[in-house]
Design a protein around this ligand. Structure first.
Ligand code: GLA
Length: 404
């Protein structure tokens, strides 16, 4: 047998005799069902502060989450993205760098505000920004996070892609198995801490991650590459989520990446579309803007309680596309108590009337409707509804059956 064939046999044996039983067992020991029963909501430092984020920024953001009303609207996770990492000590334990002098004290501060603290690492030796990753130190890192009081871990593939490439010798199936195993290793390490830590997989959607992420303890998993603060990128990512609804549910969510609302690169109509679409997708809502400088419009978008209620609905179903005629799309999302959210999206470049029939969104009887952006009840819909929707804009409704 050639060396590459024997490597393949080795990895296939690993998958069947080592990895598969661990995955099967992890179903039984997966994170408590009380973790992320609705899509996680919070704030992440990456979109606004990127590599400049400091302890002071995170404390100021915690203060702003409280004073702005974001915390009370449901945004409770405050997540530090890449670049907090320092060096390992002689025993292999990770330490923070000089931007974060005392992570435990920071966690205590964040907790004192009624918030939870998230952190970031990679299964690779280096993070995407070139800082220390968890490769070979997963148990120690999970233990350290738990000691600090961390409540959420974003685990970003980054340099582990290189390990996969070199160790799989170009065998894609072996590479994918290694990737799943890397996430499972950290999952087991987190379980060993006995602290509920939300586990966020970030590997950009490779290998249909939605099909296996819950089996490696994923509470959420990125389904795409990085978002940025442009209409084109946001729309490409958001509307490409059609079809993924069967994979989401309480405790495990598709994650089309953080919100860009308030960062300045889109119009308010475009940000309303972004917010509506993420809510229809039951997506995690991680704001990524400067919370100390929010315009009233940004606040009204991020804290629209009617739209947040759609995202956080207890039924935990992700919405999906009902129809698309050119750039005019109708999406619906089942809600608890037989209600339904419907969004009319205009991806085109001028005002346009968009319609739907009740039967297209599952109703055989008339419904009462509420407009979730004007916050007005719009009365009974007997059969169909048409709204004129602005360029790159949205009309979002909540429908309630007249007869239960
Ligand atoms: C990757 C992730 C981003 C962000 C950066 C940080 O690109 O997908 O969300 O965490 O790394 O380096």
């Amino acid at each position: 047998m050639s060396i590459s064939a024997s490597r393949r046999v080795f990895w296939l044996c690993m998958i069947f005799f080592c990895i598969a039983p661990i995955l099967a067992q992890s179903n039984m020991t997966a994170a408590a069902p009380s973790t992320a029963t609705t899509p996680p909501m919070g704030w992440n430092s990456g979109n606004h502060f990127a590599e400049h984020v400091t302890d002071a920024d995170v404390r100021a953001a915690a203060d702003a989450m409280v004073s702005s009303g974001m915390r009370d609207a449901g945004y409770v996770y405050e997540n530090i993205d890449d670049t907090w990492e320092g060096q390992r000590d002689a025993q292999g334990f990770i330490h923070t760098n000089s931007k974060f002098p005392d992570m435990k004290a920071l966690a205590d501060y964040v907790h004192s505000k009624g918030l939870k603290l998230g952190i970031y690492s990679s299964p690779g030796p280096k993070t995407c920004a070139g800082y220390e990753g968890s490769y070979g130190h997963e148990a120690q890192d999970a233990q350290t996070y738990a000691q600090w009081g961390i409540d959420y871990l974003k685990y970003d593939l980054c340099s582990y892609g290189y390990i996969m490439k070199t160790q799989s010798h170009g065998d894609q199936q072996v590479a994918w198995a290694m990737m799943q195993q890397a996430y499972e290793t950290m999952h087991q390490a987190l379980l060993q801490t006995h602290r509920p830590i939300v586990f966020s997989l970030c590997q950009y959607g490779f290998n249909a991650v939605w099909k296996w992420a819950p089996n490696v303890g994923g509470n959420l998993w990125r389904t795409t590459g990085d978002i940025n603060d442009t209409w084109n990128r946001m729309a490409l990512i958001g509307f490409s989520q059609a079809g993924l609804a069967p994979y989401a549910g309480p405790g495990h969510w598709n994650d089309p990446d953080m919100l860009e609302v308030g960062n300045g690169g889109m119009t308010d109509n475009e940000y309303r579309t972004h917010m509506s679409l993420w809510a229809m997708l039951a997506a995690p809502l991680l704001a990524g803007n400067d919370l100390s400088k929010m315009t009233p419009e940004t606040k009204s978008i991020l804290m629209n309680k009617d739209v947040l209620a759609v995202d956080q609905d207890s039924l935990g179903k992700q919405g999906d596309r009902v129809s698309a005629i050119g750039p005019f799309e109708v999406w619906s999302k089942p809600l608890a108590n037989g209600e339904e959210a419907v969004a009319l999206f205009n991806r085109g470049t001028s005002y346009y009337p968009i319609s739907f029939h009740l039967k297209d969104v599952g109703f055989t009887q008339p419904v009462q409707a509420r407009d979730l952006w004007s916050h007005k009840d719009i009365g009974t819909i007997q059969d169909s509804y048409t709204a004129v929707v602005p360029r790159h804009g949205v009309v979002m409704l909540r429908l309630k059956p007249l007869k239960p």
